[in-house]
Design a binder for this molecule. Structure first.
Ligand code: PLP
Length: 375
C-alpha cells in the first residue's frame, strides 16, 4: 500500500473484491441495492424522517462510478461537466446551453436569488413552501410576498397573480410542494406559469417531479422549450438517493442560464458528476426507489387512517399529516421514541411532515407514532 499507484489499484479492486464491504455498505434486495448503513432500526441511531432523503441510494452503479473516478479527483471538475450536460440536455430535449449544473439544486436556488433578488425587487411565493431561494433573497433585502396556501393546501394561484407589481422580479412555485406533497391541477398550473411568464420570471422547483404518479403530468421544462421566462430546478438528492453528494441542475433559456452560471460558486465535483451520469442510466434503481417510496407512503396512509387523521395524498417522498398536536411537542415526543420528524411549517402548527424510509424504519415510526398519539 506504499505508493500512490498501489493505493489506486487497491481502490479500484476494493469495489468488487472482499474489501468491497467497506466501500459498498449495502445489501442485495430483490436484485436491487438497499443501503444497510442507513438501516437505523438495527442501531441505536434515531430513525431520521425529517429531510426527505432516500435511504436506498446512491445506486450500485453510482457507487461504482465514483470509485472508478477516484483517480480524476486530483483534477478540477470543469472538464468533466460537458458529458453530464450533454446527457441532461438529451434527457430533457433541450440544448446544452439550457443547463446549469449546481451543487444540489439548493445552489441553483440561491444563485437564482442572487440574480433576481435585491432591494428593488419583489418575489411572490406560496407559504408554507421550500425556503432556500426565498430566505436567501430576503438576506439580499428582497421583499417576499408570502401568499398563504388555500383551504385545500394548494398554491393560491389567483392570490399569487394579484400580488404581482412592477417590482416583481420572480414568482416562485414548488410543485409538488414541500411540505404538503400536493400537486396542482396540470392545466391550471401550466396556464398560470404561461401567463405569469409574460410579466415576470417563473421559478418552478421540481425537486419531487419524479415521484408524480399522474400520467403525462407536465414539467414546466415544456415552457422553457418555448423560450418563456421560466427556470426549472431538478435534483439527484431525492429519487436518485444522492443528497450527500450534492448534485442538481437548472433548466432555463440560454440567456438566463448564462447569467445564473456567472454566480454559481461550487457547481459539481468529479465524483458527483460520475455518480449523476451513472444514476441517469440506472433505470432499475430508479424504479426500485419509486416502488419502495410507494410502499412506505401506503404504510403511513394506513396508520393515519387507523388514527382517523387528516393527511395530504403525497406526490413526493413524505406525508403531511394533521396530528392535532403542536408540532414541537409532537417532535419532542417522537424524538424520545427514537424518531426525528419534520420541522414546523407555520401557520400549520398542528401538522407534521414525515419522510419515507426503509420499511424497518417505517415500522419503528409506526410504533412510536401510535404511542405518542395515545399520550
Ligand atoms: C422542494 C425542494 N427543493 C429543493 C431542495 C434541495 O435539494 P438539493 O439541494 O439537495 O438538490 C429540497 C430539499 O429537500 C426541496 O424539498
Amino acid at each position: 500500500m506504499g505508493s500512490i499507484l498501489d493505493r489506486r489499484a487497491w481502490l479500484k479492486t476494493a469495489g468488487t473484491a472482499g474489501l468491497g464491504a467497506l466501500l459498498y455498505p449495502f445489501e442485495q434486495s430483490g436484485g436491487q441495492t438497499a443501503n444497510a448503513a442507513r438501516k437505523s432500526a438495527n442501531t441505536n441511531e434515531p430513525v431520521k424522517l425529517s429531510s426527505n432523503e432516500n435511504p436506498y441510494g446512491p445506486s450500485a452503479a453510482a457507487r461504482k462510478a465514483m470509485i472508478d473516478e477516484m483517480d480524476a479527483c486530483c483534477r478540477y471538475p470543469w472538464g468533466s461537466h460537458a458529458a453530464l450536460i450533454r446527457d441532461l440536455a438529451q434527457k430533457h430535449g433541450v440544448t446544452e446551453e439550457h443547463i446549469v449544473l449546481c451543487a444540489g439544486s439548493n445552489e441553483g436556488l440561491r444563485a437564482t436569488a442572487l440574480i433576481y433578488g435585491g432591494p428593488q425587487q419583489e418575489i411572490v411565493a406560496p407559504t408554507p413552501t421550500y425556503l432556500a431561494l426565498l430566505t436567501y433573497a430576503e438576506q439580499l433585502n428582497t421583499y417576499v410576498h408570502n401568499v398563504p396556501l388555500d383551504d385545500k393546501l394548494q398554491h393560491n394561484l389567483d392570490a399569487m397573480a394579484q400580488r404581482i407589481t412592477r417590482r416583481t422580479s420572480m414568482v416562485f412555485v414548488c410543485n409538488p410542494n414541500n411540505p404538503t406533497g400536493s400537486l396542482l391541477p396540470p392545466a391550471a398550473f401550466r396556464d398560470f406559469c404561461d401567463s405569469i411568464s409574460k410579466e415576470t420570471v417563473i421559478f418552478s422547483d421540481e425537486a419531487y417531479f419524479d415521484y408524480i404518479q399522474e400520467a403525462n403530468y407536465p414539467s414546466m421544462i415544456e415552457l422553457v422549450k418555448q423560450d418563456k421566462n421560466v427556470i426549472v430546478s431538478r435534483t439527484f438528492s431525492k429519487v436518485y438517493g444522492m443528497a450527500g453528494i450534492r448534485a442538481g441542475y437548472l433548466i432555463t433559456r440560454p440567456d438566463i442560464a448564462r447569467r445564473i452560471k456567472s454566480v454559481v460558486m461550487a457547481s459539481m465535483n468529479v465524483l458527483a458528476v460520475a455518480a449523476a451520469r451513472a444514476s441517469l442510466q440506472d433505470k432499475e434503481f430508479y424504479q426500485f426507489s419509486l416502488d419502495k417510496n410507494k410502499e412506505a407512503l401506503n404504510y403511513m396512509y394506513k396508520i393515519f387512517k387507523e388514527h382517523g387523521l387528516q393527511y395530504e395524498r403525497s406526490h413526493a417522498n413524505f406525508v403531511f399529516v394533521k396530528t392535532g398536536k403542536d408540532v414541537r411537542t409532537f417532535n419532542d415526543a417522537m424524538r424520545k421514541e427514537g424518531v426525528i420528524t419534520g420541522r414546523p411549517f407555520a401557520p400549520l402548527n398542528d401538522w407534521c411532515r414525515i419522510s419515507t424510509s426503509t420499511m424497518e424504519d417505517m415500522e419503528v415510526f409506526g410504533r412510536a407514532f401510535t404511542k405518542v398519539m395515545a399520550s
